[in-house]
Design a protein around this ligand. Structure first.
Ligand code: ZN
Length: 432
């Protein structure tokens, strides 16, 4: 939340994700009165940034939601999916469903599309500019100018050389306060001059065993990037044999339609391919299994095969059914391509736990487990230090990271970029 005079504004309002204890926080009362807000700005459509927006409406917020057009469209898919999951959990455990379809509809009605670099006045004297964050389709970091001061909220900062997306824009000059994510604040992604080669090697290694390659994948961005890259590897360049590739996620399949619609936000390469008539998200061998019946047929397809399914951290979704079936066979491979939050099944498997519990059953992990940070949606330490360092903001507050990770980035920013940063604390204030 930021405050100008006596007006309050919010940047994002997400859900806690992870284990049951973390997720129970979503049902806690909000630590502020939504009716007192004068505007809500949305950086991007990931659940941990938008998951509780309908709760604001339910609790009395009557203003607008500002976001880019792709974000607004993806937002609706994400919120509907979140509601489905909450209703499923409610049936299983009795856990409270915190909002309903009417609240989601109200959010959607009040969304106001914003173009990148367009200066918008939310209330007189408070001007915002959305900049491309290069994190997922439609993602933005948001510059706020008021009372002669400038604050920037990073949302999530994208990785380098991401397909389809444009690079993260540079931060503006003269920032008084930067609130910045620090997910990978202590980590360096693998040196990766050739993302395509890395993916090709990983996949050919996995399919040479004749088994199933499972890729738990976030429905937004990661899955579309994988399809885009597989299109290049399999269809254009023939670097891999044609094998069945299943996209087993109704949400990812719907989100892909949004990508097809907003080609004007593509980077140069993707834009060029579209103009040349390449169908970026479709090629022989690729099967989109939207219905349950289609999904069930995957089992009867003999290996080698690739299954891309959500959820990205294996906290639910169709990946669990595949994990139950394929984790215990050493011919199979699990490839982790995204951040795995503490307490999630993905994190446990990555840390070598076996057996693991899936839907009440204990499953031994005998398959190969591989992980590539280079395919992550988040900037690593080098990118964050360079991005922040170039702008020399007067003050930096780091959020969106495990505490020791953010603390490492504070040190790095001081020694390598001469920038003073602190780690965000819940309820703490910073005045500029
Ligand atoms: Zn994100």
């Amino acid at each position: 939340m930021f405050t100008v005079g006596d007006r309050h504004f919010l940047v994002d309002c997400g859900m806690f994700q992870g284990d049951k204890i973390k997720e129970s926080k979503n049902r806690d009362p909000l630590p502020f009165d939504p009716a007192s807000l004068s505007g809500v700005l949305i950086t991007h459509a990931h659940l941990d940034h938008v998951g509780r927006l309908p709760l604001l409406v339910k609790k009395g917020y009557e203003g607008k939601f500002y976001a880019t057009a792709p974000t607004i469209e993806l937002l609706e898919l994400i919120l509907e999916d979140a509601l489905q999951i909450m209703m499923h959990n409610h049936r299983a455990t009795g856990a409270e469903v915190i909002y309903d379809a009417t609240d989601i509809a109200k959010v959607m009605q009040r969304c106001k599309p914003v173009e990148y670099l367009e200066k918008i006045t939310i209330v007189p004297g408070v001007v915002c500019t959305f900049h491309d964050a290069g994190h997922i389709f439609g993602s933005a970091f948001i510059e706020v100018e008021a009372e002669g001061k400038k604050a920037v909220f990073s949302g999530d900062v994208g990785n380098i050389n991401v397909p389809i997306l444009r690079d993260t824009e540079a931060l503006p000059a003269n920032i008084d306060l930067l609130v910045c994510e620090s997910t990978y604040g202590n980590r360096l992604h693998e040196e990766m001059t050739n993302r395509e080669e890395l993916l090709t090697n990983l996949i050919s290694d996995a399919i040479s065993k004749g088994g199933t390659l499972m890729i738990p994948s976030f429905s937004l961005e990661r899955t579309q990037e994988l399809i885009y890259e597989l299109n290049a590897i399999v269809d254009r360049k023939h670097l891999l044999p044609r094998i069945p590739i299943f996209i087993d996620s109704p949400l990812a399949i719907k989100a892909t339609r949004t990508y097809l619609k907003y080609t004007k936000y593509y980077d140069q390469e993707a834009g060029r391919l579209v103009k040349s008539g390449d169908d970026l998200f479709d090629f022989p061998g690729l099967v989109m299994t939207e219905t349950k019946e289609e999904s069930k047929k995957i089992n009867s397809t003999p290996g080698p095969k690739i299954i891309i399914a959500g959820a990205g951290m294996m906290t639910g979704g169709r990946i669990l059914h595949h994990a139950m079936r394929y984790l215990s066979d050493e011919r199979n491979t699990l490839l982790i391509v995204g951040y795995q939050s503490e307490g999630t099944l993905g994190r446990k498997i990555l840390e070598g736990h076996s057996p693991v519990e899936i839907m009440g059953e204990r499953i031994p992990v005998r398959c190969h487990v591989k992980s590539v940070g280079a395919l992550s949606a988040h900037a690593d330490q080098n990118k964050l230090v360079a991005w922040i360092g170039a702008a020399q903001p007067k003050k930096v507050v780091l959020n969106h990271g495990e505490e020791y990770v953010s603390a490492d980035l504070v040190e790095k920013l001081k020694t390598e970029a001469n920038v003073v940063a602190v780690v965000a604390a819940i309820g703490a204030d910073e005045e500029v």
